[in-house]
Structure formats: C-alpha cells, structure tokens
Design a protein around this ligand. Sequence first.
Ligand SMILES: Cc1ncc(COP(=O)(O)O)c(C=O)c1O
Length: 458
Amino acid sequence: MEGKEQQVRLDDSEHVFHSWSAQRNLNSLPIEGAAGCFFWDYEGHRYLDFASQLVYANLGHQHPALVAAIEDQASILCTVGPSFANAARGELARLIAERAPGDLNHVFFTNGGTEANEHAIRMARLHTGRVKVLSAYRSYHGATAASIAATGEPRRWGSEPGLPGIVHFLGPYLYRSSFGAETEEQEAALALAHLRQVLEFEGPSSVAAILLETVVGTNGVLLPPPGYLAGVRALCDEFGIVMICDEVMVGFGRIGEWFAVQAWDVVPDLITFAKGVNSGYVPLGGVIVSAKVRASFLDRSYPGGLTYSGHPLACSVGVASIRVFEETHLLSHVREMGETVMGPALEQMAVRHPSVGEVRGRGLMWAIELVKDRDTKEMLVPFNAGGSENEPMTRLAQRCRELGVWPFTHFNRLHIAPPLVISRAELQAGLELVDQALLVADEYCEGARAPIADPILI
Ligand SMILES: Cc1ncc(COP(=O)(O)O)c(C=O)c1O
C-alpha cells in the first residue's frame, strides 16, 4: 500500500490545483476508502466523518442503495441531453415538488449549489425586471460570478469587484447581536428593521431578490429567531421582491425537515438546493421554482441552461436517496439525535469547557463557538485569522483528527454535521472525542482555567 499511497500523494502534489489554498505546501491526506460514517487513509487511520465531507454526505459513504442506483442507471442510460424527457430526472423533480412547500412545483436542475444560486438570481431579475439583490454578510452562496458576489464572508474579497447590484445586510445573530438585542424577539425585530432600512436606502422598487440561507451554515449555524423569516417574507410581499432561500447546506434533512423553511412555516419563491439531495455521489443541485416565477417564463424563453442539467446518473441517486429517507424514517431520526444526544451533550460541554461561549444548532447541524473569555466573548481566534493567529483552531482540529474524528472548523467555531444515518452509539462516541479535544481550546482561555467538571456523560 505504501507505493500506492506515495503515488497518490505525488500525483496530487504535482498535478492537482486545489480550491481555496496556497498551492506550495499543501499536504492533502490520501483517502483509500469509506463506508457509512467513516473514511480511512492508507495507513489504517479511520476517521468518524463529523463533517459529512463538506456537509453533503447525508446518507454517509458507499450507501448500498445509492451505489446500486448508479449501477442500475448506468446500465440503462448513462446520459441524455437536457431537452429530452428522462425517467430519472422527471421522477426526481416530482418527488422534490411533492416535498417542497407551497406552490414550488418545478425544478431547474444544475450541477451544484453555486449554479443553483446563479440561476435563482437570474430568474428573479427577469421575473421582476429589476437588478438589485440583497444578501447577508454572514453567508456563503458559491464561487461563480453572481454567487460569490452575493456571498458576504471574506471568500468574496478575492473576486472583487464583483457583479454590480449586490448589496449586503446584517442578519440575526443574538450571541453577537449587531443591534444590541438581548432576546430572540428583539433580535428578530431589530434585524427586520435594519433590513427594511437597507431596502429604503436602496430603493425597494429596484430590488429583485432577497437571498438568504434559511439557516446560515458555514458562517455560524445561525438559526433564524422566531418571526424573522416570516418578516422577510412580508417585506418581499410588500415590495414585490422575490424571496430566495439557499438550502444548499440545510435542505434534505440536515435539520430534520425536507426543507429548513418548513421548520419556520415560510414559503419562499425559490429554493436552491444541492449537496444532500443525493449525498454528492454524482454532482447535482437545482432551483425549485414557484408557480408565480415560472409563469414569467411560460411564453418567453428562459435564457439559461446547462449541458448536464438533470443528469440521469445524478437524478437516479436522488430518487434512491429520497426512498431511503422515507423507508428509514430518517427525518425523525435526525430530530431525535439532535434533541436527545447532540443538544444535551453540547450543553454539557458548554458548562465544562471555559472555551465554549455558545452551542447552537438543530437536527444534525451544530456549532460550538469558542472564546478566550466567556464574559467578554473575545473570539478564540480573530475573525478570518490566518497563519499563527489561527494556532488554537489548527491545534484543536489536529487533536480531533488524532483522536479519530474529522471535524469541520470555520473561524472560531467547530461545527458538527455528521451523516444523517449516524447511529446513537457512533454519535455518542464522536462527541466524547470532541469533548476530549476541547481541552486544547481551554488552554487558550484567560487564566487557562481547567475544565470545571468531569468528562461529559452521554
Ligand atoms: C449555503 C451554500 N450555498 C451554496 C454553496 C455552493 O455550493 P457548491 O459548492 O455546490 O457550488 C454552498 C457550499 O458550501 C453552501 O454551503
């Protein structure tokens, strides 16, 4: 195996250009295989995948039903152009429409999340005849022209100046409220007042869309406080603006709902999805389109398309995935794991570790927000830290990996988003390892206080 591993390393370092990275000193870990909630390297190290790769492997690795779907579809029809009707594509569109809220009945398929947001923005602009798009600072919407311009966080900076007409606003985030709020109700009301003010200054009649992540994912696992999404819906209705909910990360079960908007009982005009629709076994994404927006394109052509839109291999995995969700009652499993295992365990960690400022999440998507000092809420590492400034988080992630759990870290947060099929025992075991790893973060706290209780019991 050593020879094979070395060849993988060599080919990678000599010929693969990696995303979001300085290329010189990359040392990507070669992965030999994966199954269920684990993957492993060539040296026999097994990792519990607490990140579902990039929060997409919702049904875990090598799920037999998904592998079989690819094999079956490959033996029938590997590919067919988007202008034809196709059994797998049509069935998946119907299954999605049946589970989507309100009148979101048609699906435009893409190859991933960023293309979904590109097309949602294009549809909103053409539908309204307006140009501007409002999106949140704490957001990531993808890496192509419109999506990266709509992205609020620092990954946008390298692509600026971006597409004209995108304006950012501040969304709700009670722990670090931009508005001085002390309760969820205040945070929702003040964030909505801010959004209304931004609209007023931009001229509401020039705004095509408000684009927001239903639950902010990478930028913090920020759940909208009660009333916020309904308030955004009301603003959109008042000014004839298209409401686009980006559910690329949270759609398809991540928080225990088919679509996260269903937890807040709100119906947007467009929902974008990708990742969890088929666990990324074959790239797939899309826009679910309401009857109102679709009506704009009944008699005029929609000016957009993709060679691989609705690729049969990708769609067949989506169909199989929805069947697995239903046969295994996966949505209720996700809710149960969140409520009975993840939430209580993280609450215990918040008591025990001085470095934990706040824990938050729902279903199987949670964040542990790390601080140097709980009173001042000073972040464990500065916003967008790089190099040595980021040492506490680098060491924490390293410690998790040594213990056998693969984490997702972003700025001063550790996110936990395992495959939705994770068992109670696997989840408990992984959380115990995270609890141990957090001792590394505690070392950086003011006065470096020791943890104040015994290891968590779950
Ligand atoms: C909320 C959200 N939107 C869009 C994207 C972009 O998706 P993709 O990388 O498939 O283009 C991501 C990716 O992480 C995401 O989390």
